[in-house]
Design a protein around this ligand. Structure first.
Ligand SMILES: [Zn+2]
Ligand SMILES: [Zn+2]
Length: 141
């Protein structure tokens, strides 16, 4: 099985995983935007039992109850989202992978919070909030 790895900007925090991701998506929510200082971020959701940090452990910031943002204590790079609601998977910031081309997002979540000046014409399904038990928005929204 293919082993994948990733790291923060300085390389203090590294990780690896194998197996198939549970999901790959863009998140437009306000919290992820602020966490990354970026108009959108992309996640890959990886089974926790197939995942390990392989060098320094990240620092942890609890951004809301039961939601932790993991980041490098040295360079400050966001590394992962860790939520109590998803006991099966850790959510890694996709573009911190050593090969960010290995996986491509296939949907947008929290598109209801998307910045008005930020447009993407990829025609992937958009969900107003979480995609869990939800229907995508209509194409022209
Ligand atoms: Zn770092
Ligand atoms: Zn988000």
């Amino acid at each position: 099985m293919t082993k994948h790895s990733g790291r923060c900007l300085c390389g203090d925090v590294t990780y690896s995983f194998d197996g198939e991701p549970a999901g790959v998506d863009y998140c437009h929510c306000d919290s992820c935007r602020r966490n990354c200082s970026a108009p959108v971020t992309a996640f890959i959701e990886v089974p926790r039992e197939k995942f390990a940090f392989t060098r320094s452990q990240p620092k942890v910031y609890e951004s809301s109850s039961g939601i932790r943002r993991l980041f490098c204590g040295n360079c400050g790079s966001p590394v992962a989202y860790d939520g109590d609601w998803d006991t099966a998977n850790i959510h890694l910031y996709l573009v911190a992978l050593d090969n960010p081309e290995a996986f491509a997002p296939n949907k947008h979540v929290f598109a209801g919070e998307q910045l008005s000046w930020f447009t993407m014409n990829d025609h992937l399904p958009k969900y107003a909030g979480s995609s869990t038990n939800a229907e995508p928005m209509k194409e022209d929204q």
